[in-house]
Design a protein. Structure first.
Length: 242
């Protein structure tokens, strides 16, 4: 069901991606620093895509005890690092540079022909760093997906199940949004539950229209970002720029 007007989330608008990066780098630094002070480590879950690129490049130069930060991908295409479409490769040239190069990068690609084959190894890898993340950066497609929770995808029910494991295998239905690489591996709703600082970053009028649609009535399976937007406990802070 749609959210009542009184419970609609605020959408924080920024002049451009650079302004968004400037506004968010401080709160992210502070959240990671607080986690390190609290338990000696921090977990930073990050997404690919062009929207957070300026933010990652800015964070890479931030003074922080990066050696105590585990950077984990929110989702990944089932391709090897270095191949087209790899989120891990994107992070290595944006976030994992400068001062942030000292952080531990936890990728989601493992051996195996399919994401299902790689699930045991990736689950073990994630267990070593601990959840929930202290900071999560999410994006959203114009189809209403976030992470690799694609509409009506094979594996979506597992990814959105409460109390499930931290990672799920997804086979999306091929669209203009997914492109040809439809086999994905993704953090689950359970993995993101209870995150310290959760940020949903959007850019462009198309994404704003998709957000408005996601906040309206309709099945979660049609626009899976609704699983978070309708959760009073895990709803992300929303930031948008044209």
């Amino acid at each position: 069901m749609p959210l009542a007007p009184s419970t609609l989330p605020a959408v924080i608008e920024h002049a451009d991606k650079s302004a968004m990066a400037e506004a968010l780098s401080g709160p992210i630094r502070d959240a990671l620093t607080a986690a390190i002070a609290r338990r000696g480590r921090a977990v930073f879950a990050v997404s690919g895509g062009s929207t957070p690129e300026a933010l990652y490049k800015r964070l890479a130069m931030v003074d922080l005890d990066w050696a105590k930060v585990s950077v984990v991908l929110v989702d990944e295409r089932w391709v090897e690092p270095g191949e087209a479409g790899s989120n891990e490769s994107f992070l290595r040239v944006t976030l994992m540079t400068g001062k942030a190069a000292a952080a531990q990068l936890v990728g989601l690609k493992a051996s195996g022909d399919t994401p299902i084959d790689g699930l045991p190894a990736v689950t073990e890898r994630l267990a070593a760093i601990g959840f929930p993340p202290d900071v999560v950066i999410l994006g959203m497609g114009e189809d209403g997906h976030t992470a690799s929770w694609f509409p009506r995808a094979d594996g979506l029910d597992v990814a959105l199940a409460e109390g499930g494991g931290p990672v799920a295998a997804i086979r999306a239905k091929q669209t203009a949004v997914t492109g040809a690489l439809t086999d994905r591996i993704t953090l689950t709703r359970s993995a993101l539950a209870g995150a310290g600082l959760s940020l949903l970053l959007l850019a462009g009028d198309g994404k704003k229209a998709a957000l408005d649609a996601a906040l309206a009535d309709g099945p979660v399976a049609d626009m899976p970002v609704r699983a978070l937007l309708r959760s009073p406990d895990d709803r992300p802070e929303i930031h948008w720029t044209r």
